[in-house]
Design a protein around this ligand. Structure first.
Ligand SMILES: Cc1cc2nc3c(=O)[nH]c(=O)nc-3n(C[C@H](O)[C@H](O)[C@H](O)COP(=O)(O)OP(=O)(O)OC[C@H]3O[C@@H](n4cnc5c(N)ncnc54)[C@H](O)[C@@H]3O)c2cc1C
Length: 366
């Protein structure tokens, strides 16, 4: 398993009872890259068509994770309010139609109801919105740790500080050389996030066209009185914010192509997000406590890439998690494990309508 973000540990946790698993990450701590930089929301009505069944199929695990893997609930109430100005109401109606199909239980709200949900909404700016009460906050560190515990419980090994430098196909299986050691294995799982195509290339496998995209986030001073607010997202995704303890987590919600790297925030991106949030609300944000950027990595059709490469036996992809890799992790970890072993999908995957063809890497090779 290459990569110890949420994708790698989820797959390791699901595979460890069925196979000998070793997970390698180049950093000295796990979840240092995108996984440690998310907004931590669970929301069914979001992302490409194939993402929504993966989110639905993850709900049961998130609501009741396996015994002794967590110390606190992984989900807590939040709600999501898509907020619209008068010229964004068409976008809200489209979102509402998609929400109805996904079974998210979202409801259209007028300006008055939007201002009940978000008392600081600017009455001149807000025209209405779409409210999804079932959206939840996810304890990302708790979820990541649960997968680590499940992996170790079944003798899976986790090694940090090991950058994969070369991958060689052998007559039987693969040889992986890292900065510290060499490993031989039957199956390689590429869960390297923004570096997914680079890992393929060093293995002599064709890339699938992954594109990492920057997204800026930052914390501003808040108030414990904000804690009941939903997460608030601009209808055209030009900003979002949500309470986080006594702070507000804010984002420009941008998508700007990047190389796979450890990206740094820019003052102008933070300033633009603040300008937009201050226009839509009476928050009058003036100072920032902390700021960061994460890379959300997408395949060309924005579906995830999960399964065996059609041209490289034993090389499995688990990439393209984009902006939904936390909330879907229990489902895609389970899907990956079934594709590596017996192709038997779990009840949760079947009931949610997960279709492995939608996420198969084969679709990107036609
Ligand atoms: C601002 C922001 C908000 C978000 N909000 C949400 C949200 O609310 N809900 C949600 O579900 N998702 C959200 N996401 C998306 C989510 O964070 C990602 O989809 C998810 O974290 C991707 O996980 P990953 O394991 O694929 O990638 P990563 O966490 O980046 O992990 C990849 C790992 O591979 C390792 N690696 C790479 N190359 C090598 C190598 N050569 N050798 C060894 N190791 C290597 C890296 O060190 C890294 O640890 C958000 C993302 C951002 C940036």
């Amino acid at each position: 398993m290459i990569g110890g973000g949420i994708a790698g540990v989820s797959a390791a946790a699901h595979l460890a009872p069925l196979a000998d698993v070793t997970l390698l990450d180049m950093e000295s701590t796990l979840a240092y890259h995108t996984t440690g930089r998310s907004a931590a929301l669970f929301v069914v009505n979001y992302g490409a068509d194939g993402i929504r069944p993966l989110a639905r199929a993850s709900r049961r695990f998130l609501e009741s994770p396996p015994r002794d893997t967590t110390e606190a609930p992984l989900l807590s109430p939040r709600g999501l309010l898509w907020l619209a100005s008068s010229d964004q109401m068409a976008t809200i109606e489209k979102l509402a139609a998609e929400g109805a199909e996904s079974g998210a239980g979202s409801v259209l709200v007028d300006a008055e109801r939007a201002r009940e949900l978000l008392p600081v909404a600017n009455p001149v700016w807000v025209a209405g919105g779409l409210y999804e009460p079932s959206a939840r906050d996810i304890d990302v560190a708790g979820l990541h740790q649960a997968f680590v515990r499940m992996t170790r419980r079944h003798q899976g090994e986790i090694r940090v500080g090991e950058r994969v430098a070369s991958i060689e196909e052998r007559s039987q299986g693969w040889a992986i050389r890292t900065t510290r050691s060499t490993y031989e294995c039957d199956v390689v799982v590429n869960a390297a996030g923004a570096w997914g195509d680079q890992i393929a290339l060093i293995a002599g496998v064709g890339p699938v066209g992954l594109q990492p995209m920057r997204r800026t986030a930052f914390m501003v001073p808040g108030d414990s009185g904000f804690s009941a607010w939903p997460m608030v997202v601009d209808a055209d995704q030009r900003f979002y914010f949500k309470p986080d303890g006594v702070q507000l987590l804010c984002s420009l919600a941008e998508e700007e192509p990047s190389e796979p790297t450890d990206p740094r925030p820019r003052i102008e991106d933070v300033a633009l997000a603040i300008e937009r949030i201050n226009e839509a609300t009476s928050l009058s944000i003036r100072s920032v406590n902390s700021q960061w950027v994460g890379l959300r990595t997408f395949a060309p059709d924005r579906e995830m890439v999960i399964g065996e490469d059609p041209d490289a036996s034993g090389f499995f992809w688990l990439t393209g998690q984009g902006g939904t890799g936390i909330q879907t992790a229990p489902a895609y970890g389970s899907l990956l494990a079934s594709l590596v072993t017996d192709n038997e999908l779990s009840d949760d995957l079947m009931e949610a309508g997960v279709d492995p063809d939608v996420t198969s890497p084969t679709r990107l090779r036609m």
